[in-house]
Ligand binder design. Structure first.
Ligand SMILES: Nc1ncnc2c1ncn2[C@@H]1O[C@H](COP(=O)(O)OP(=O)(O)OP(=O)(O)O)[C@@H](O)[C@H]1O
Length: 320
């Protein structure tokens, strides 16, 4: 039986300026389950951070309520909230001289108070967090002297040391390279599974989220929040809510976003995956159509066109 740590009930959210209320999100309902990493996706400005603020109890809803472990979030004291919810923000201020170990120990503040005096159980929690994020070896290093990916892991470790059931991360992979982006998202999914946490990640990284997330929340203007397994949303086509324009769609076969008209412009015979890459390169080169068919083979890779053969897409494009 799945357990929801956070439940949103008909939430209407927005901001008040003077006496004017500006509603951003209308009557959203959702459940954030334990043991899962949920990715929240949606276009810029749709209200993802606004929703996160409400989930963290930082923004009072115009209507509806957020329940944390079945109790309205508004009834929790700040101290109790800090024991239940941990947050990793995009660009937090970090004192450069602090070591990774000290940073992670800060996660224990809700348990130790501001004196920061660690008891044995706090030290155990810090070590467990360093070990879960695989950064024990960085414990004595200064945070100004480690890489962006390592710093991100240290921030995740701090949130883990806090030991709440719910972890919320706002774009934790922004500024990271591809390998680090995969690594961080895999790590978060593993933590959700093994430690039974509810992890909510706000991200624009659709392809990595597809690989790693247990669940997607899709947010779009004026529509209810869509929650489901990423695979179900791909199969049903609901994933295209993220690409509302006419230009792009999500290719179910290729598992990535592509231009809708791309494959129609060229007549390419041969393996479909290779044809897709050739078509993409031609389009990028500004070639909108060709008279005659292109033939492509895999081993050896050869493009045949108008009686000539090319072993690289670049040579082919130069010859056109
Ligand atoms: N403190 C605020 N006061 C008033 N309006 C705000 C405030 N914060 C955000 N907004 C407005 O709420 C809307 C949603 O913003 P929000 O930051 O939640 O979007 P987002 O989906 O997180 O965007 P992005 O993907 O660009 O981070 C925007 O129109 C924004 O201008």
């Amino acid at each position: 039986m799945r357990k929801a740590s956070i439940i949103g009930k008909k939430l209407s959210l927005g901001y008040t300026k003077g006496k004017v209320q500006r509603e951003i999100l209308h009557e959203l309902s959702f459940e954030l389950f334990s043991g899962e990493m949920t990715c929240l996706l949606g276009p810029n400005g749709v209200g993802k951070s606004t929703l996160v603020k409400a989930i963290l109890g930082q923004l009072k809803p115009f209507e509806g309520e957020v329940l944390l472990n079945e109790k309205p979030i508004s009834t929790y004291s700040n101290e109790d909230l800090a024991k239940q919810l941990s947050v990793v923000l995009t660009e937090p201020f970090l004192p450069a001289n602090m070591t990774v170990g000290q940073l992670v120990a800060m996660g224990r503040i809700p348990h130790t108070g501001w004196t920061g005096k660690l008891e044995d159980r706090d030290r155990v929690a810090v070590q467990q967090a360093l070990s879960a994020t695989k950064i024990e070896y960085l414990q004595e290093d200064r945070i100004s002297e480690i890489s962006d990916g390592q710093r991100q892991k240290a921030l995740i470790a701090r949130a883990l040391a806090q030991d709440g059931k719910v972890m919320v991360l706002d774009e934790p992979t922004a500024h990271l390279d591809l390998v680090n982006r995969y690594e961080i998202m895999h790590l978060l999914q593993e933590i959700a599974k093994t430690q039974g946490k509810s992890i909510l990640v706000v991200t624009h990284d659709l392809e990595i989220a597809l690989e790693t997330a247990d669940r997607f929340w899709l947010l779009n203007c004026g529509t209810p929040l869509i929650s489901g397994l990423p695979e179900d949303l791909v199969i049903s086509g609901e994933i295209n809510q993220l690409l509302p324009g006419k230009k792009f769609h999500f290719s179910v076969e290729k598992g990535r976003i592509e231009s809708k008209v791309q494959d129609l412009k060229f007549e390419i015979s041969g393996p479909e995956d290779l044809a897709g890459w050739i078509s993409k390169a031609l389009e990028k080169a500004g070639i909108n159509g060709l008279a005659g068919a292109i033939e492509v083979s895999r081993e050896p890779f050869l493009i045949k066109y108008a009686g000539r053969e090319f072993s690289k897409v670049e040579e082919f494009i130069l010859a056109l």
